[in-house]
Design a protein around this ligand. Structure first.
Ligand code: ADP
Ligand code: MG
Length: 376
């Protein structure tokens, strides 16, 4: 029996009907463009969130998480209300709401994706629930449909205006590949990123800081990109080339230009990165990743001293490329490194952070893994 089935039985006094798991992710390149119809290139990590679920004859939804000490929270199944209930329960319950499930369920969660480290434990949780429920209720929804449903859960039920990337990759990833995702139509292409046999790995550096401004800063930058689209009279930043955008610089104010410049160039960088990976040029790929950091720092202005230092030290001690990931103003950075340099790079970053009087960073290493699956 799956270990989570045993815990489920202890907690709810019955056996689960289904167990499903979904991974967290890192995004190689394509940052802050998933709400601009842009391209992104994430991969699923090997850390999973697992859920066990059983239908019940009551009209209560009971949810518990081993990361929340297995305390059972209860919600009336026919009275689901966005932004209601205990904060963490909004992720799994939001998915039920989004999928139109109104019957009684018991749900137990066990998340091995580090929470709040920029590895998207939230999408892992949502996608594990969606995968289980899709099977349990024979909904027959496609992966893009499940991606949209889980995004709607996070946007409306949780109240977090995230894009579609995290859920898409958690559902659609395949082992040894990164997922090129076109956020305009959710079309995908698996891009070989089997780095382990090449002696490479992706190091995740969690700076452990979260500077204020995150929510406001994010919305304000998004608004700048929308203003650029309106001022230029185009449908999307996706529909203008870098050279055309630069040629029309005079039509935008400085701040709007710089922020939208990040969006337009970042979409091109994703395509450049994909071409380099297809050619097996990991050195060239690393350089594009570092250029993305520079653009996030200088144009989009969402970096912070901790992220800059982490990326700079990684590059100085042999990384092929490094950049901040996620919303910004803290959180994590990634570095594509030779596995043999891992210990040196980690200790140099630790030392550098200590000298700068920053918090003690955490490290994770990530390899491209498979997406969500039913486990029983
Ligand atoms: P990230 O997605 O980068 O990890 P978020 O803030 O988007 O960070 O999501 C983290 C939140 O998701 C947690 O604070 C919690 O509410 C919820 N969550 C994720 N995994 C679990 C889990 N295993 N058990 C309970 N809550 C979880
Ligand atoms: Mg999240």
């Amino acid at each position: 029996m799956h270990p989570l089935a045993i815990r489920f039985q202890e907690l709810f006094g019955e056996a689960p009907e289904i167990i499903a798991a979904a991974p967290g992710r890192v995004n190689l390149i394509g940052e802050h463009v998933d709400f601009l119809d842009g391209f992104v290139l994430p991969f699923a990590i090997s850390d999973l969130t697992t859920v066990a679920i059983a239908r019940t004859s009551s009209n209560q939804i009971r949810v518990a998480s081993l990361q929340k000490e297995g305390v059972i929270s209860k919600v009336e199944a026919n009275k689901l209300e966005p932004k209601s209930g205990e904060a963490w329960t909004r992720y799994p319950v939001g998915v039920l709401w989004s999928l139109g499930i109104k019957s009684g369920l018991d749900i137990l969660v066990d998340g091995q994706v580090p929470l709040g480290a920029g590895l998207s434990s939230s999408a892992a949780l949502e996608c594990a629930v969606a995968t289980a429920v899709n099977e349990l209720f024979n909904l027959n929804l496609s992966l893009p449909e499940l991606a949209r449903a889980t995004q709607r859960a996070e946007n409306i039920y949780v109240g977090m205006p995230c894009g579609i990337m995290d859920q898409s990759v958690s559902l659609m990833a395949t082992k040894g590949n990164a997922l090129l995702l076109d956020t305009r139509d959710l079309s995908t292409e698996q891009i070989p990123f089997d780095i382990a046999p090449l002696g490479l790995e992706l190091l995740v550096i969690d700076t452990q800081v979260h500077h204020a401004l995150v929510d406001g800063g994010y919305a304000e930058r998004r608004a700048s990109c929308e203003k650029a689209v309106a001022d230029l009279g185009i449908t999307s930043l996706r529909d203008i080339s870098v050279s055309e955008f630069v040629a029309r610089k005079a039509e935008l104010d400085e701040k709007t230009y710089l922020r939208a410049f990040h969006g337009v160039t970042e979409m091109q960088r994703v395509l450049d990165a994909v071409a380099l990976l297809k050619a097996g040029d990991f050195v060239g790929f690393g350089e594009v990743v570092t250029e993305a950091h520079q653009s996030l720092r200088d144009n989009y202005t969402v970096s912070c001293p901790e992220l800059d230092l982490a990326a700079d030290i990684a590059n100085k001690f042999g990384a092929l490329g490094a950049r901040m990931i996620g919303g910004g103003f803290g959180g994590s950075a990634i570095a594509l490194i030779k596995a043999k340099d891992g210990e040196l790079i980690k200790s140099e970053i630790k030392d550098g952070f200590m000298k700068a009087k920053f918090k003690n960073p955490r490290f994770f290493s990530a390899l491209p893994s498979a997406g969500a699956a039913i486990l029983n």
